[in-house]
Design a protein around this ligand. Structure first.
Ligand code: PXG
Length: 462
């Protein structure tokens, strides 16, 4: 019996919930919901399943928070962390020092990534990595003697993290409302989100074309001499799994190159196999100048993120002299060792190819069987990312009012049926472990279907 299991045996679910209510402040603080419904206490996990404090096994349709790509319970990763902790639990990467796993991981990433993203700057979270990008990109243009090129263009519905700069990059009004954001120098344009933004006669390709035009118009409106970079997730993740048509990203890349605007891909969710290629940039055939990675880099077993940059960006930054930027945990050796082992296992087990050839197509096909459900206005996804857009009227794409009421109801019913999904506005998202088995994909979709039926019944539509 593990220590953790022993610990949980000492308290009942209600007791954990009471302590949590009293002392623990959760992210995206919603104290009233916790007060009313209580916290779900997750005590263990194995493969694709979570185990809660009542001993229930629940299929994790979200890989934790879009991150446990290799699945739970991988002893090899625990061993890698243990070995590194014994060998060298910590040393910094400041002052010309570095531990071997950190150096080794930067080499592996240079090989794995598309184009010539040959240099890695490490941090602990996606938010820190995106803050780093803001500082480094602004520095880059200073060194190139173009100090007015400072504005970042991002998109509505983008999620880039919760720190001041990352939340400014993000495209959520509710997040901007906390902390008086966005900071100056952050602009937003529309994403290629046909279902919510496409006109009645528009195809998804038309909407994507309009979204690319919106970027170019914004660059021209601000003046290319003032625009530093465009940042986007190859597939918008937390904003509702918004999958662009094939032409969108190459056109965005063309626009950025034409106006001398750096192209940044935030691959925190799409990196490491999620879309059926190692990186979303490969799925959409682009070569960014910088890339943010986190989550799947270590399958969430240890906190680690990185900013990857091309030789050209790195050489420019280097030419400018010392850059006072870095974190205590930049290149943490334990996290780096876990990431190396995670990537080794992913390669050994052919996980990315499996997502591309087997589990990705299966999830997409099975999810699309839900398109006939009365609540489902659209099924979309790529690889092991999927989304169901819930609507009142399928023909007109009319959502329920108020927006964001129905997906959380569906989320609860799906949980009761034994699958965790993610509700965002009225979109139900899934992003299961990349190690998910085909029969578990069937289960995921069947449980979701039952959750949707219960939701329809609750809404009086059953
Ligand atoms: N970029 C992207 C694309 C992300 O999805 C971050 C950056 C920030 O990473 P950190 O490690 O700082 O959280 C993310 C994180 C959700 C949810 O509700 C999604 C994320 C984080 C928390 C909640 O779906 N994505």
């Amino acid at each position: 019996m593990s220590l953790r299991a022993t610990t949980t045996e000492t308290l009942s679910t209600a007791e954990w919930q009471e302590l949590d209510r009293r002392h623990h402040v959760h992210p995206f603080i919603d104290s009233r919901a916790i007060e009313e419904k209580g916290t779900r206490v997750i005590v263990g996990a194995e493969g694709s399943h979570l185990i809660d404090s009542d001993g229930r096994r629940i299929l994790d349709g979200m890989a934790g928070l879009w991150c446990v790509n290799l699945g739970y319970g991988r002893h090899e990763l625990a061993q890698a962390a243990y070995d590194q902790m014994v060998e060298l639990p910590y040393y910094n990467t400041f002052f010309r020092s570095a531990p071997p796993p950190t150096i080794e991981l930067s080499r592996i990433l240079a090989e794995l990534t598309p184009g010539d993203l040959g240099h890695a700057f490490f941090s602990s979270s996606g938010s820190e990595a995106n803050d780093t990008i803001v500082r480094l990109v602004r520095r880059y243009w200073d060194v190139r003697d173009r100090p007015t090129k400072k504005t970042f263009i991002s998109r509505t519905y983008a999620y880039h993290g919760s720190t001041m700069a990352a939340a400014s990059l993000g495209g959520f009004e509710a997040m901007h409302a906390v902390g008086d954001l966005p900071l100056p120098g952050f602009e937003h344009v529309m994403p290629p989100y046909w279902f919510a933004m496409g006109g009645p006669d528009e195809t998804p390709e038309d909407t994507a074309e309009r979204a690319a035009r919106a970027l170019e118009d914004k660059i021209l409106e601000l003046g290319p001499e003032n625009v530093a970079a465009f940042i986007g997730e190859p597939v918008i993740g937390a904003g509702g799994v918004i999958v662009p048509p094939d032409d969108y990203w190459p056109e965005v890349q063309r626009i950025c190159r034409e106006h001398d605007v750096l192209l940044v891909c935030d691959e925190v969710i799409t990196g490491f196999g999620r879309t059926g290629a190692w990186f979303g940039a490969q799925t959409f055939d682009i070569e960014p100048d910088l890339m943010t990675i986190a989550k799947g880099l270590s399958s969430g077993y240890a906190p680690i993120s990185a900013v990857l940059m091309t030789d050209a960006v790195f050489e420019t930054l280097s030419a400018g002299g010392v850059i006072p930027h870095g974190y205590t945990y930049s290149g943490h050796p334990v996290s780096a060792a876990v990431a190396i082992e995670n990537l080794r296992l992913m390669k050994e087990e052919g996980l990315v190819e499996r997502v591309r050839d087997e589990t990705g197509p299966l999830l997409q096909e099975r999810l699309r069987t839900l398109a006939d459900h009365p609540l489902v206005g659209e099924v979309r996804g790529v690889g092991l990312l999927g989304a169901l857009e819930l609507v009142e009227d399928k023909a007109t794409r009319k959502h329920f009012e108020p927006m964001g009421r129905v997906a959380p109801i569906a989320h609860e019913h799906c949980y009761d049926e034994g699958v965790v999904l993610r509700a965002m506005r009225d979109v139900l998202c899934t992003s299961p472990p990349l190690s998910i088995e085909p029969h578990e994909i069937d289960e995921l979709v069947e449980r979701t279907a039952r959750g949707l039926d219960r939701t329809a019944a609750e809404l009086g539509l059953g």
